[in-house]
Design a protein around this ligand. Structure first.
Ligand SMILES: C[S@@+](CC[C@H](N)C(=O)[O-])C[C@H]1O[C@@H](n2cnc3c(N)ncnc32)[C@H](O)[C@@H]1O
Length: 254
């Protein structure tokens, strides 16, 4: 299996359903663990979205939405939200959640031992505002239109051509609209050829950071409003977790 197929696997599906919809007790069954890193897909919206800037009946786009929790969270504030992901499996499950509100799954305790669970969209969210489609964030369909909010949560360091995606975004964000980019800057050659990395490398003997490259690509069209550090926790099994800190930036289209 190549790493780019990871997001089609049962393991990824189980990890991401728990990451997006698990209760605190399911996602982190240790009272001494980093509880502040829970609910990341919810916080990408609640902490980053600048609500006061939203026009009437806003449109939002969640690129690399996985199983859709941030997409649903955007629907608390936006009249129409589209979630797009490259993984057919993730989109199939996100669509099921949109249609039915919940889905059964199992998450890993240890080895092949699993615990059954149900992933559920919060009942107060209007699921009719949300649609999911399979697609490539680097080559969006031309008739997708423009949006008041575009979210890229932990996506750029999983793309083969992150620059190609980022330079297409000025056309996707309406003037005054906001672009939210979060990334833990985990650059890996399995996902992104080294020449395409936005940071974590050297250029002419000088260290290059992701934020600096993002600024170079986005600043001609966007004003940087805020940067935030967002911790997140992905449970692999009951005794193994990935704790990361994403760098979030909020950009306003001029
Ligand atoms: C690290 S996950 C982040 C998912 C979600 N935004 C979150 O924060 O939990 C990266 C996601 O990007 C998706 N992805 C990878 N390449 C993509 C592409 N070219 N277009 C759209 N989605 C892509 C993967 O399928 C996966 O769901």
């Amino acid at each position: 299996m190549s790493t780019s197929d990871f997001y089609e696997t049962e393991r990824a599906l189980s990890e991401y359903l728990l990451f997006h919809y698990g209760s605190p007790e399911q996602a982190l069954p240790w009272p001494f663990g980093p509880a502040g890193a829970l609910d990341y897909p919810v916080r990408c919206v609640s902490e980053c979205l600048e609500m006061a800037r939203l026009p009437a009946r806003p449109r939002a786009l969640d690129l690399g939405c996985a199983v859709g929790r941030s997409t649903f969270e955007l629907a608390r504030h936006c009249a129409e939200v589209i979630g797009i992901d490259y993984s057919h499996r993730f989109i199939e499950v996100a669509r099921h959640l949109q249609q039915h509100g919940s889905i059964p799954y199992a998450y890993v305790e240890e080895g092949h031992l699993t615990t059954p669970a149900t992933a559920a969209v919060p009942a107060e969210i209007d699921r009719r505002r949300v649609a999911f489609e399979q697609g490539d964030a680097q080559a969006l369909r031309p008739d997708l239109g423009a949006f008041d909010v575009v979210l890229l949560a932990n996506l750029v360091d999983r793309l083969r051509q992150p620059r190609r995606c980022l330079v297409s975004l000025p056309d996707r964000v309406r003037p005054g609209g906001q672009l939210i980019v979060t990334t833990p800057c985990t650059w890996l050659e399995e996902y992104t050829p080294r020449a395409e990395w936005l940071g974590g490398c050297e250029e002419d003997g000088r260290p290059v950071r992701t934020l600096e490259t993002l600024h170079g690509l986005l600043a001609p069209h966007f004003t940087l409003s805020r940067t935030l550090d967002l911790p997140f926790l992905i449970r692999e099994h009951a005794r193994k977790f990935q704790w990361s800190v994403a760098q979030a930036t909020v950009w306003i289209r001029r």
